[in-house]
Design a protein around this ligand. Structure first.
Ligand SMILES: Cc1cc2nc3c(=O)[nH]c(=O)nc-3n(C[C@H](O)[C@H](O)[C@H](O)COP(=O)(O)OP(=O)(O)OC[C@H]3O[C@@H](n4cnc5c(N)ncnc54)[C@H](O)[C@@H]3O)c2cc1C
Ligand code: FES
Length: 274
């Protein structure tokens, strides 16, 4: 791991709007400086309340979208309430101030020759993949975009509406079978997997660690390139605390920092059992 780091400064961002889309999942839109317009799918931001109030540590979130609205640049974050910080964020309203650092980390690689993009999203892992789908649609025209979207129940399917507008097809799984395939999203993906083996196919995934581990196993004999976004816990977000280190298989099996060397990795390079 490198011995020095470049720290991006926190900027002050104003909340533009916030709404709950499905239970405990919030779409937060904030006004940000224009340089956020260069953000890449897969990059993330560190967010905390302006003024040092709790949560004291910033929380990392993938960029769900960036767009221009009149003279403003707006950043969307799509998050699930899981603990203290996200519970506090869920009370934010128009005009509230946030401290945001970013865009941070590396984005997904999208080779221009790619003809089929396959997304495998588990729960709120949909956030970076939806931004990726949107960018692919804008920049690669009629690329085939197939999304496998999994959730616990039909009511907790997050981000579906937007994906249905962008993707060629959205295939749904729910753990309880209340919508689509009954079972895990990796099980649904496995049924079609043999279609996705050529040089012009790219697979991208984000979701719980167990899901990514299972996808890695499924792809062991499939030559398609697959990149994943890892959502490790982070404290600093800029390479200083080493709290986000994960073991990789390349370079003799050392550790890398998800915040700076990631959060995007080749799925075959990640040591999920470590
Ligand atoms: C690069 C990156 C991108 C992310 N993008 C998103 C996103 O777009 N939307 C979103 O909802 N979340 C995203 N996350 C996860 C998000 O950062 C955490 O859910 C959030 O920090 C939890 O804060 P909290 O204070 O509410 O929870 P805490 O009070 O800190 O923790 C509550 C519970 O959640 C667990 N938890 C906390 N962080 C994580 C984590 N990273 N992975 C697994 N379990 C965790 C804790 O172990 C605990 O059980 C991302 C994380 C990373 C590293
Ligand atoms: S979060 Fe501190 S090094 Fe990655």
């Amino acid at each position: 791991m490198g011995g020095f780091w470049i720290v991006k400064r926190d900027i002050c961002a104003t909340v533009f709007s916030q709404r709950e889309t499905v239970e405990r999942h919030f779409l937060l839109t904030v006004r940000v400086p224009a340089h956020f317009g260069n953000a890449l799918p897969g990059q993330f931001v560190m967010v905390r309340l302006k003024g040092g109030a709790a949560p004291f540590l910033s929380r990392p979130f993938s960029i769900y979208s960036v767009s221009s609205r009149g003279n403003d640049t707006c950043l969307e974050i799509f998050y699930q309430v899981v603990g203290e910080g996200t519970d506090i964020f869920s009370k934010l309203a128009e005009g509230d101030l946030l401290s945001i650092r970013g865009p941070l980390g590396k984005g997904f690689d999208i080779p221009p020759a790619c003809k089929t993009v396959v997304l495998v999203a588990g729960g709120i892992g949909v956030a970076p993949l939806s931004f990726l789908a949107q960018r692919c649609r804008e920049e690669m025209g009629d690329v085939e975009l197939i999304c496998y979207l999994g959730a616990g129940t039909a009511e907790s399917l997050a981000g579906l509406e937007r994906l249905e507008k962008i993707c060629t097809a959205v295939k749904i799984s729910t753990d309880d079978g209340s919508r689509g395939y009954r079972g895990l999203v990796t099980g649904l993906f496995e049924k079609d997997m043999d279609r996705y083996a050529g040089d012009t196919v790219r697979i991208y995934s984000c979701g719980p660690r167990a899901m990514l581990k299972s996808l890695q196993w499924l792809l062991k004999d499939n030559p398609a390139v697959c990149q994943v976004s890892l959502e490790e816990r982070m404290a600093c977000g800029f390479g200083a605390c080493l709290g986000c280190a994960v073991r990789i298989r390349s370079n003799g099996g050392g550790f890398v920092r998800v915040c700076t060397e990631g959060p995007i990795f080749d799925i075959r390079d990640v040591e999920f059992s470590g």
